[in-house]
Design a protein around this ligand. Structure first.
Ligand code: MN
Length: 413
């Protein structure tokens, strides 16, 4: 079972006399009695396969053995009446492979038990912080409580410990990403069939997300970007409130999530179904860079090296078009990186400078953004690093300009 395998890999890296405490987290309050959509802690999900709020995972490793306990809320008919069936011990045992399942109200006693009768030298909590002024998330709050109760135990970061594990996906993780990519493909095909000038960007977004939901995706991997014309030149445009003009391009950066694994795809389409000669010229250059990056992606290479490949191809093309004088000026029209890791999170855990290994899943997303011509083009595929190179997981999502034009000409069924 895959999640048990994740834990096994973690235990192999941990010193003896180590406690691991990972919390799923709780929903974040919005206003009145409304809460934001619950997002499970990624380290917790990676280790257990559970995305249920208010659950927790405790493990202890010493010289003799490894103990692991899962804590869930006790099913309660009263709350089940309102919010639906709660998972049982048997169900979470099946998902996680953890045999010792207890109720959350005994978690503190279990922690005290290990601290009272075992030698605990360090405790791993997810201490990750995105930005310094963020509100502390649930795992950070619990780590601080633990530190105050047991100041002699050294706190270590579970997020950092998970980096090398999560960077390399196993077969089951890759299958979930494949499924997410396939849902995204069908969503984009529905978009291509319906796209026409005069639509609002949010209607294009709705066509995509409608298809994803119909196909069983519980959520999008990230907010859908549908930027037409000049809006395609904004990297993370997600207001999607403008009208798609005849003769413009629309840049769609989007992806379904499937069983908590992300896909991350970008395609750029002509609103009226036909690229203008100039749009096609720029599009073909971006496509050339996209293909060069896929050709260069293999074990032992860094993400930075892949970005150098993209910069070189784009830069040479821009010089040939007379838009810049030297490849070093490519940043005028290409201002982001070409690749990031993809997994449970769309910008998945990874460290700059780490060498690609078989099992990594990364994006391949060169782009060109020419404000003065309202041309924003990005083409993004998801790549699985293999022994000798890579497999383009999104190879079925058409990107050849002739194929796009042919597909968009077909009448709606
Ligand atoms: Mn991306």
């Amino acid at each position: 079972m895959s999640f048990a395998e994740h834990r096994k890999r973690l235990y192999q890296t941990l010193p003896e006399n180590t406690l691991v405490l990972a919390y799923a987290g709780i929903p974040i309050h919005a206003n009145e009695d409304a809460y934001y959509h619950f997002a499970v802690n990624s380290q917790y999900f990676y280790l257990t396969g559970l995305d249920r709020e208010n659950t927790a995972f405790l493990a202890f490793k010493n010289a003799e053995k490894i103990s692991e306990i899962l804590f869930i809320e006790e099913p309660d008919p009263q709350s089940e009446r309102w919010t639906g069936k709660m998972p049982t011990k048997e169900e979470v045992r099946d998902i996680s492979g953890i045999q010792d399942v207890r109720y959350t109200d005994s978690l503190e006693a279990a922690i005290s038990g290990f601290l009272g009768r075992c030698r605990v030298e360090q405790a791993y909590f997810d201490l990750y912080r995105c930005q310094m002024n963020d509100l502390p998330d649930y795992n950070l709050v619990m780590a601080e409580r633990f530190r105050q109760a047991y100041p002699h135990v050294i706190l270590k970061d579970l997020h950092t410990a998970c980096v090398p594990l999560r960077e390399q996906k196993d077969a089951e993780e890759v299958d979930r990403i494949r499924k997410a990519v396939d849902i995204t493909r069908q969503g984009l095909e529905f978009v291509m069939k319906n796209l026409k000038p005069g639509m609002m960007e949010y209607q294009v977004q709705a066509d995509f997300e409608y298809t994803c939901r119909r196909l069983g995706a519980k959520r999008q991997a990230f907010p859908t970007i549908a930027g037409s014309g000049i809006n395609g030149c904004m990297m993370h445009y997600e207001t999607n409130h403008c009208q798609v003009q005849d003769g413009s391009l629309i840049l769609l950066d989007l992806g379904a999530a499937y069983e908590n694994y992300a896909s991350d795809i970008t395609r750029t389409y002509p609103a009226n179904g036909t690229f203008s000669p100039r749009q096609r010229q720029v599009y073909e250059l971006v496509l050339k860079a996209n293909e060069a990056v896929a050709a260069a992606a293999k074990p032992g290479v860094t993400l930075r090296a892949l970005n150098d490949v993209a910069r070189q191809v784009l830069g040479e093309g821009l010089v040939a078009m007379g838009m810049i004088r030297d490849v070093s000026e490519v940043g005028k029209y290409y201002m982001h990186g070409v690749s990031h890791s993809i997994g449970i999170d769309v910008h998945d855990i990874s460290l700059a400078g780490d060498l690609l290994q078989p099992g990594w899943v990364i994006s391949d997303e060169p782009g060109l953004y020419i404000d003065e011509e309202a041309i924003g083009i990005r083409i993004e595929d998801d790549l699985l690093i293999t022994e000798n190179g890579c497999e383009v997981l999104s190879k079925e999502i058409i990107k050849d300009p002739d194929a796009i034009e042919a597909f968009m000409k077909k009448p709606t069924e």
